[in-house]
Design a protein around this ligand. Structure first.
Ligand code: ADP
Length: 379
């Protein structure tokens, strides 16, 4: 190639790069301006080092502030986040900035000029310098208040209806049990069979309603965790006692093996009982009648308490294993042995375990049995 005697016009030379960079920045700025105008979302650019924020016009339109409002500081933004959401946002943001994920998404309430709050879905990306330090966050705020209100109304409706269903169902169950016990006179064989069917159906409906109530509480984030030092050995004994009639009815043997020294965890007793009750009833229901053996073990491992519920039942087929913690999922082999089931129990178990800072998992072999494990932090 012929030399020009100067590097000035060489493609890729310093001046070209500067010019290309300037053109690119101009293009970026122009694009940002158009995007600001084109979208109804609020678009922002946060300069982390300077603590300043650039907003699209939508910030004024959607939140009702006048142009004199000092919206251009990080402090303004953080001070307008609902006090109940502020800690969560701060925590999530710092985790995100320290982590490797490039995109961010968070929901929180932001104060409007009239003092009311709107729900925002904040989504953004981080721009880092050569050393990997975060420099800017560019993102959008989408007003999801309507959607949130609809969700809440739906959850409240489900919870109200479920409560209204539970009371009459309990009345049916109790009267059925009283009939069966002969409190209203001796029943004929056929009457006893029909009454037993009715009582059985009402018990199943009550348990379905309970599952739906739990589900709506989980979805609304309405679980109050009441932690206290809890002796897991006595808790397990109680759970086994509660499911003994179910096990007897199916000819399944139950046993408990726990550390001789009492194992205590700082946790919510009722929630742990609910988890274990679910695992135990499943272990019994998915065992072969008259041949089932269910063993419960409890031991400490590092900073966790482990509760294992082992059965020698039907096992979980490979294709179903990744789905069984999903809502409403039931494996075909389970539906064959146990006609009634909702597929909600394990979803609830997993959500409760997570709420308590724990986890659940299982080991299984088709036709040989399954062991479910619950790990809970001791402290
Ligand atoms: P349900 O028991 O009402 O169907 P769950 O959510 O409790 O709902 O369980 C989901 C599915 O996981 C069950 O339908 C079954 O396929 C499988 N499963 C749960 N526990 C066991 C177990 N101990 N042995 C075999 N399969 C199980």
């Amino acid at each position: 190639m012929a030399r020009t005697g100067s590097t000035k016009h060489t493609i890729g030379g310093a001046d070209d790069l500067v010019a290309a960079h300037a053109a690119h920045s101009e293009l970026e700025a122009a694009l940002s301006r158009y995007i600001y105008r084109a979208t109804r979302d609020i678009v922002y650019e946060l300069n982390i080092r300077e603590g300043t924020v650039g907003w699209s016009e939508a910030i004024y339109e959607q939140l009702g502030y006048g142009k004199r409002e000092p919206v251009h500081t990080l402090e303004w933004w953080t001070s307008h986040i609902h006090p109940d959401d502020a800690l969560h946002v701060e925590q999530k943001l710092s985790d995100w900035l320290l982590g490797q994920e490039s995109t961010w998404a968070c929901e929180y309430r932001l104060r409007k000029a009239d003092g009311s709050y709107c729900y925002m879905l904040d989504r953004g990306i981080v721009v880092r310098d050569d050393a990997g330090e975060p420099v800017r966050i560019v993102g959008t705020l989408l007003d999801i208040t309507k959607q949130k209100e609809l969700e809440r109304a739906k959850d409240e409706f489900i919870s109200l209806v479920s409560h209204q269903l539970r009371t009459p169902l309990t009345v049916i169950r109790v009267y059925g049990e009283m009939f069966a016990a002969g409190l209203f006179g001796q029943l004929t064989g056929t009457q006893a069979t029909h009454i037993a069917r009715m009582t059985d159906a009402s018990i199943r409906l009550i348990s379905l309603v309970d599952d739906i109530l739990d589900l709506s509480r989980i979805e609304m984030g309405n679980y109050d965790v009441m932690r206290a030092w809890t002796d897991l050995g006595s808790l397990l004994q109680q759970c086994i006692q509660d499911v003994q009639p179910l096990a007897d009815g199916k000819g399944v043997e139950l046993s408990l093996d726990s550390d001789p020294s009492p194992l205590k965890a700082y946790t919510d007793r009722e929630m742990v009982e609910q988890i274990v009750a679910n695992l135990l009833t499943n272990a019994i229901r998915y065992s072969q009648p008259q041949r089932g053996r269910v063993e419960v073990r409890c031991y400490a491992a590092k900073s966790e308490a482990i509760i294992a519920v082992k059965d020698n039942g039907i096992g979980i087929p490979k294709a179903d294993q990744e789905h069984i913690f999903e809502r409403f999922y039931r494996a075909r082999n389970a539906a064959n042995i146990e006609e009634h089931g909702t597929g909600l129990g394990l979803y609830i178990v997993k959500s409760l375990a997570k709420t308590l800072g724990g986890r659940v998992w299982f080991e299984t072999a088709r036709g040989k049995g399954t062991t479910f494990y619950l790990a809970l932090p001791l402290k």
